[in-house]
Design a protein around this ligand. Structure first.
Ligand code: UDP
Length: 332
């Protein structure tokens, strides 16, 4: 039995699906603040390999609610996705980010300690690095976040170091770069009430009622002036989580890993690729830079390759294609 927090959301739901396909029973713990019950219902209805999916609506900010789940089930490990993750929102309202991300996770770890669960795979982020001194960014690059979201995640990496040393709770902290794409059968995908991410925003602009697609800044010091990011496909990302879990099961020590492709693409390159995938012309307007957006973020993924034996396989085009299929099935 595995606990997946935040599995009503984008990345958590893909991981829950993978666990079910692999043959694990899964408990979903989610407060549905940004996730969707429809996704949970879909996972339940699939009846994959006869596996059990239990959904518990609860909030990590309330330690009693999470302890009740640990009383009911004995977990082999935890995958922890539940978090707020919009950078601009975190800058405006750090209080809810610290409460939700930091306190919520601390409660989860305290419950793990109390119930003797010693393995956790945790969603960290490239935002813990801040403005890079060099690219590709390896795991030893200094961590100086430039927003509250990155600060909460970095603080949690520290907290997990301390809990590992003192209580033997081993963690794999996975520092995501830019995640794109959706399940190949559209059983789940990216679905945010307020969409801020690049690929879904490009695709949503294809809807006749859709908003114009905005490019936030074209005067960065990059080849075409738009920011460069490392876009990693959700399937590859999920594969890395499973490998991180196997690593912990084999007794692997508390560690952190970048999850990216080591390739960078500008916003305009992503847009051109989306035009090829969709066969449509995508109109755009140039807007002001978003505050706190670094010019270039590219992952050095050598450590995950060597220690987790992981290798990203999907291209940018494949990631945009699966995202497009999901958008078309649900929103366009
Ligand atoms: N971006 C953009 N228009 C949008 C959304 C994003 O130009 O509607 C740009 C953004 O400035 C950044 C890149 O796309 O350079 C990736 O942004 P996203 O919000 O997807 O991820 P982030 O890098 O902020 O985690």
């Amino acid at each position: 039995m595995i606990l997946v927090t935040g599995a009503a959301g984008y990345i958590g739901s893909h991981l829950a699906l993978k666990l079910l396909e692999t043959g694990y029973d899964v408990v979903i713990f989610d407060n549905l603040s940004t996730g969707h019950i429809e996704i949970v219902d879909k996972l339940k209805s699939l009846n994959l390999k006869g596996r059990v999916v239990d959904f518990i609506k609860g909030d990590l900010k309330n330690i009693q609610e999470i302890e009740n789940v640990f009383k009911k089930y004995k977990f082999e490990a935890i995958f922890h996705f539940a978090a707020f993750s919009i950078v601009s929102e975190s800058a405006k309202n750090p209080s809810i980010y610290w409460e939700n991300n930091f306190l919520g996770t601390k409660n989860l770890l305290d419950a793990m300690k109390k119930f003797n669960i010693n393995k956790i795979v945790f969603s960290s982020t490239a935002a813990t690095y801040g403005e890079p001194n060099y690219v590709p960014i390896d795991e030893n690059h200094p961590q100086r976040p430039i927003n509250a979201y990155g600060n909460t995640k970095l603080a949690l990496e520290f907290l997990m170091d301390d809990y590992s040393k003192a209580y033997g709770i081993r963690s794999a902290r996975l520092r995501y770069f830019n995640v794109i794409g959706a399940d190949k059968f559209q059983r789940t995908g990216e679905w945010h009430e307020t969409e801020t991410h690049l690929v879904p925003n490009i695709l949503k602009s294809l809807n006749t009622k859709g908003k114009t697609f905005n490019i936030f800044g074209n005067t960065y010091n990059t080849k075409d002036g738009t920011p460069v990011r490392d876009y990693i496909d959700i399937e590859d990302l999920i594969d890395a989580h499973i490998k991180a879990f196997e690593y912990l099961k084999k007794g692997g020590k508390t560690d952190y890993f970048n999850l990216g492709t080591k390739k960078g693409n500008t916003v305009l390159e992503v847009l051109k690729t989306a035009e090829i995938v969709t066969g449509r012309k995508i109109k755009y307007e140039i807007k002001e830079k978003r505050e706190g957006d670094p010019a270039i973020l590219i992952a050095d993924n050598k450590k995950a390759k060597e220690i987790l034996n992981w290798q990203p396989e999907k291209t940018l085009k494949e990631g945009i294609k699966s995202a497009y299929n999901w958008e078309r099935a649900n929103f366009l």
